[in-house]
Design a protein around this ligand. Structure first.
Ligand SMILES: C[S@@+](CC[C@H](N)C(=O)[O-])C[C@H]1O[C@@H](n2cnc3c(N)ncnc32)[C@H](O)[C@@H]1O
Length: 242
């Protein structure tokens, strides 16, 4: 692993502007790292109805021991899409537990069907915004690792605030990780890799390394598309101090 030098300046980042004052009792709209998408097919509805109950988290505070029925190293994948990476991780690490999250129902429904076929008992799902989940339901020092594979890059400057890796979300990840925990990030966008490094350097709780691509992660999806388009895949590991 190569330790990366901290970027000395984050000139590419937008200046922080004070939010407008709101009337008392009015909560500001949350900037989201995702867009809501359309309708659900009957296949998606059917899969969610039949397969989600055995793998979806109960409402309320997240209690891994009761959810998984054991205490084991625990990984959270944020933005799991159709879940290929989460299923592959769960299959390759039967002694670990995996919670895979996304906001989009069709991907989760497909993941549930594939997880049944793969027979991975150590995988659970949660549908929703990972930011809200981390803020409201996750006790401190819960996860050993967080995986963030091919996050939406939000290329335009005006959308920078939507990028999942941000100082605010690094606070949430630092709180949710156990001491010595880490975050894996993969991206096929060089500007996003630079953005991650700048945010991590400004945040100060993590040390960033360029790392090897995990052998267990399938090569399909955004990784394959990025390579086919001639883009480089950057694999980063962000270590939280002990
Ligand atoms: C570009 S896709 C990558 C999906 C998957 N990791 C892959 O490599 O195929 C990014 C995913 O992150 C999800 N996402 C973005 N922000 C999220 C958030 N705050 N909470 C949960 N999921 C989120 C999106 O819904 C989308 O499915």
């Amino acid at each position: 692993m190569t330790r990366l030098a901290s970027p000395t300046a984050d000139a590419a980042l937008p200046r922080r502007v004070a939010p407008p004052r709101l009337p008392q009792g009015v909560t500001p709209a949350r900037v989201r790292s995702f867009v809501r998408r359309g309708r659900r097919s009957s296949l998606t509805r059917d899969r969610m109805e039949h397969l989600a109950p055995s793998r979806a988290l109960p409402v309320g505070r997240f209690d891994p021991a009761s959810v998984f029925g054991r205490v084991a190293p625990l990984v959270l994948e944020i933005g799991c899409g159709h879940g290929h990476a989460a299923i592959a991780y769960a299959a390759a690490h039967p002694a670990h537990d995996v919670l895979a999250m996304d906001v989009h129902t069709p991907g989760l429904a497909r993941m549930l069907a594939d997880a049944e076929a793969a027979g991975v008992p150590n995988l659970r799902i949660e549908q929703g915004d990972a930011v809200v989940f981390l803020e409201e339901r996750v006790p401190a020092a819960t996860f050993d690792a967080v995986h963030l594979f091919f996050p939406d890059p939000w290329r335009k400057q005006k959308h920078t605030k939507r990028r999942f890796v941000s100082r605010g979300n690094l606070d949430l990840l630092a709180r949710a990780l156990r001491p010595g925990g880490h975050v894996l990030v993969a991206t096929d966008q060089d500007f996003y890799a630079r953005h991650v490094l700048a945010e991590v350097a400004a945040h100060g709780s993590f040390t960033a390394y360029r790392t090897e691509r995990p052998a267990w992660r399938p090569t399909d999806g955004f990784e394959a598309k990025g390579r086919a388009a001639g883009r480089t895949i950057t694999e980063l590991r962000l270590d939280l101090g002990d």
